[in-house]
Design a protein around this ligand. Structure first.
Ligand code: UD1
Ligand code: CA
Length: 451
């Protein structure tokens, strides 16, 4: 049986924010949620240590395994872990994690737990070029861990050590309880240091299994906005590389952002500065040109999303083309072999197969059939100032440029609407309907002269 203790009670003052530190986001996911997701499958309970002002954290992060544990005063990392003691069983392996160290991976946690199962105590370290600020790992001549010395308490020689304590460890419940009860705040900060339990374990002849984390971003802590931004980049690069190894073409991995989940088929190409949000699903041979925002979209095979387009909560069929500069708003469904061109906004509408809306249009609350051609500048007037109404355009219809379709209205099958018409009544199948003043020329009219 395993349990996790996640430290999240710190104030996070260096973030200079009204938002709790652990509710800042990487990849649009709360820092605390990252840690929960990485550890969730390895433990039965997630004891999250929070401070007095953590109502917002409780409200934002939900998980059936969470046990919220209050640490009234922040008296140090050891004191924080002590608060969870009533919930720890002697036989369990206790995993200690930090809500502001979000990129820790599930695999690393698994390895750490496995090591603790054999020795009772395991510790994750990392070698840093610049170890300033971190607790240093002190080893004996045989390379066995002896203790951890904090930056503020270290001697000159100790400060030269580059292997540092990540703070992440797994300890058998009975041992953790025993050493925590012996902690004293005998240090420069007057705090109960969790790290002091290592020396106590060594004195107790417990051998500490350590392993060095190869990927530094996994153990990077976030204290300020600069580190938050660095974590975001590291996270995105890691995602991009994972996707590339599965065959996705990414034009520039440093200009790729996925804030959610991305599924893709074969031979998809993602150009620069594309932002994916939420859950997205791409078929085969989908090409996404630069500067697009794709949010909760399903995009079919061989479809192209051209530059500067936005798609949100919508589906696009196969062999279609969207953009450049198109905006597909929520609840839109575009079929196969269809085209939405530049400066076209579509909202809550369905457009079936082989239909085209190529230029400068607004299509809202509409049902458009197959083989429809909507001319340049056509607007569905869906709003009467109080309520929204539907427009229906049946198969094969042709809507002349610069027409307004005042909803509720239906355009019949194979109907043609003359350019520049304002259509306020249903238009019949197969006929030309138009509403325009007859063109006339006033022969005697002259332009005024300037006085
Ligand atoms: C700690 C370690 C140090 C390690 C470093 C890695 C100790 C004494 N030192 O130092 O060896 O190299 O992490 O990042 O453990 N927290 C609480 N309650 C408290 C105090 C802290 O919940 O009373 C939480 C903080 O919110 C934070 C985490 O514990 O998430 C670490 O605390 P912090 O004070 O930042 O420890 P460091 O000085 O960074
Ligand atoms: Ca810290």
């Amino acid at each position: 049986m395993n349990t996790a203790i996640i430290l999240a009670a710190g104030q996070g003052t260096r973030m200079k924010s009204q938002t709790s530190k652990v509710l800042h986001k990487v990849g649009n996911k709360y820092l605390l949620q990252h840690v929960i997701d990485a550890s969730h499958n390895h433990v039965e309970t997630l004891n999250v240590i929070i401070g007095d002002n953590s109502q917002s954290v409780k409200a934002a992060v939900k998980d059936s395994k969470i046990n919220w544990v209050l640490q009234k005063k922040q008296l140090g990392t050891g004191h924080a872990v002590q608060q969870a003691i009533p919930f720890i069983e002697d036989k369990s392996i206790c995993l200690i994690l930090y809500a502001d160290v979000p990129l820790i991976e599930s695999q690393t946690i698994e390895e750490l737990i496995n090591k603790a199962h054999s020795t009772g105590f395991s510790l994750l370290s990392v070698v840093l070029e610049d170890p300033f600020g971190y607790g240093r790992i002190i080893r004996d001549s045989n390379g066995l861990i002896q203790s951890i010395v904090e930056q503020k308490d270290a001697s000159k020689a100790e400060l030269k050590i580059k292997e540092i304590n990540t703070g992440i460890m797994a300890v058998k419940g009975s041992l953790l309880k025993k050493y925590l009860s012996e902690l004293k705040p005998n240090n420069s900060q007057g705090e109960f240091y969790l790290t002091d339990i290592i020396e106590k374990a060594v004195k107790d002849n417990v051998s500490i299994a350590s392993f060095k984390c190869e990927n530094k971003s996994e153990v990077m802590g976030i204290n300020d906005k600069k580190q938050l931004s660095q974590a975001e980049r590291d996270y995105q690069l890691n995602l991009a590389q994972g996707f590339m190894s599965k065959g996705l073409t990414i034009m520039d991995q440093s200009r790729f952002d996925c804030r959610g989940n991305l599924n893709f088929g074969n031979d998809c190409i993602i150009d620069i500065n594309v932002v994916f949000e939420g859950d997205n699903d791409l078929g085969n041979n989908v090409v996404i040109s630069p500067n697009c925002i794709i949010k909760n979209a399903k995009i079919g095979d061989n479809t192209q999303i051209l530059a500067n387009s936005i798609i949100e909560n919508s589906s696009i069929g196969s062999n279609s083309s969207i953009g450049p500069f198109a905006r597909i708003r929520p609840d839109t469904h575009i079929g196969n072999h269809s085209k939405i061109g530049n400066f076209v906004e579509v909202k809550k509408s369905s457009i079936l197969n082989n239909s085209k809306v190529s230029h400068l249009s607004y299509i809202g609350d509409s049902k458009i059939g197959n083989d429809v051609n909507v001319g340049a500048g056509v607007i569905t007037c869906n709003y009467d100032g109080s309520n929204k109404h539907q427009t229906e355009i049946k198969d094969g219809a042709f809507i002349g440029s610069n027409s307004q379709l005042v909803a509720p209205v239906t355009i019949g099958k194979n109907a043609t609407i003359g350019a520049g018409s304002t259509i306020t009544q249903n238009a019949p199948d197969n006929k030309l309907t138009l509403s325009r003043n007859k063109q006339s020329t006033i022969e005697k009219w002259k332009r005024r002269k300037k006085k």
